[in-house]
Design a protein around this ligand. Structure first.
Ligand SMILES: NC(=O)c1ccc[n+]([C@@H]2O[C@H](COP(=O)([O-])OP(=O)(O)OC[C@H]3O[C@@H](n4cnc5c(N)ncnc54)[C@H](OP(=O)(O)O)[C@@H]3O)[C@@H](O)[C@H]2O)c1
Length: 282
């Protein structure tokens, strides 16, 4: 199997590369090597590579910046994906598009039920709308595709667009003795990028049925609860202070509830176990 990975310098891409099965011939392409907004280059690259699979991790991920730069958000997260759809179709490759929990509006907070694959998206910020538009193009114009929704990723490389990840931010602030005020009324499924990468490869290797999948560590927590566990596992004595999202205004409207769960039999370990392993690996 030959697989192209776009956005190859990114957080998830690095873990996909590191955890690729031995029988997969990888073609990792950074933004500098392949800009997904460049249709001509995309066509040429995919044709030449004759890859079986294109894994698109490339995205404009910074949620607040997307709000102030909607043109860029839609260019990368929607038009870029449309380009990949066309180029993959012409090259006869399967497209695996990485998407997000932020396609949901958080309305399931009232039932405290995680979102499953069949739940209807209703994004409430520019990032979510631009990613959902990307999903729609894939779903409506391709037969051979996977859409994999991940959430709240942390990995060794840290997110390029976000300048790190939440785990690094908490650890660095605590080490500098800075106050740690963390929102306690936004819930999500923290996900170790390595675990997501391993499950993505399993999906491809096992040739699971085409369609949409949720891949996160299992369980959920608030960002405050996540921060408390990070400090605990790192053995750092520092106090996190719970605050409301109302005390932490952001440019983008953030859905208050986006835990994901797979109704398609993708089983993953608990987020606490994954976090412990990540912190021990640092
Ligand atoms: N991080 C999260 O918490 C999270 C949560 C849910 C879903 N996701 C999804 O997971 C995927 C991976 O996220 P990540 O955390 O690995 O983000 P990341 O570290 O920011 O990686 C994204 C990569 O895409 C590249 N890129 C940006 N514009 C591009 C373009 N036009 N052409 C080609 N490459 C481009 C970036 O390069 P430059 O940095 O050089 O611009 C970066 O290397 C994304 O699809 C994201 O939407 C992430």
């Amino acid at each position: 199997m030959k697989a192209i990975i776009t956005g190859a310098n990114g957080q998830l891409a690095k873990d996909l590369i590191e955890n690729a099965p031995k029988n997969v011939k990888l073609i990792p392409l950074s933004k500098q090597e392949l800009d997904i907004t460049d249709m001509e280059k995309l066509d040429e690259t995919l044709k030449q590579a004759s890859a079986d699979i294109v894994i698109n991790t490339a995205a404009f991920v910074n949620v607040d910046l997307c709000e102030s730069q909607p043109e860029k958000a839609f260019l990368v997260n929607s038009v870029g994906v449309k380009n990949l759809v066309e180029a993959s179709k012409r090259a006869g490759a399967i497209l695996l598009q990485v998407s997000t929990d932020y396609v949901f509006d958080g309305g399931k907070l009232k039932d405290k039920e995680p979102y499953k694959e069949e739940d209807i998206p209703n994004p409430i910020n520019v990032y979510g709308v631009s990613k959902y538009a990307g999903e729609l193009v894939v779903r409506n114009y391709l037969n051979k595709y996977y859409i994999v929704r991940v959430a709240s990723l942390y990995g060794r490389a840290g997110s390029k667009s976000k300048g790190g990840n939440f785990v690094y931010t908490v650890l660095n602030k605590a080490k500098r003795g800075e106050p740690l005020k963390v929102v306690n009324d936004i819930y999500m499924s923290p996900t170790y990028a390595k675990d997501a990468a391993v499950k993505i490869w399993e999906l491809l290797i096992n040739r699971r049925e085409f369609g949409t999948y949720h891949i996160t560590n299992s369980g959920y927590c608030s960002w405050y609860e996540f921060a408390v566990k990070i400090l605990d596992y790192a053995g750092i004595k520092a106090d996190a202070i719970p605050i409301s999202h109302r005390d932490f205004p952001r440019k983008a409207k953030i859905p208050l509830w986006t835990p994901l769960e797979s109704g398609k039999g993708i089983s993953t370990r608990r987020w606490e176990e994954a976090l412990k392993e990540f912190i021990n690996s640092l």
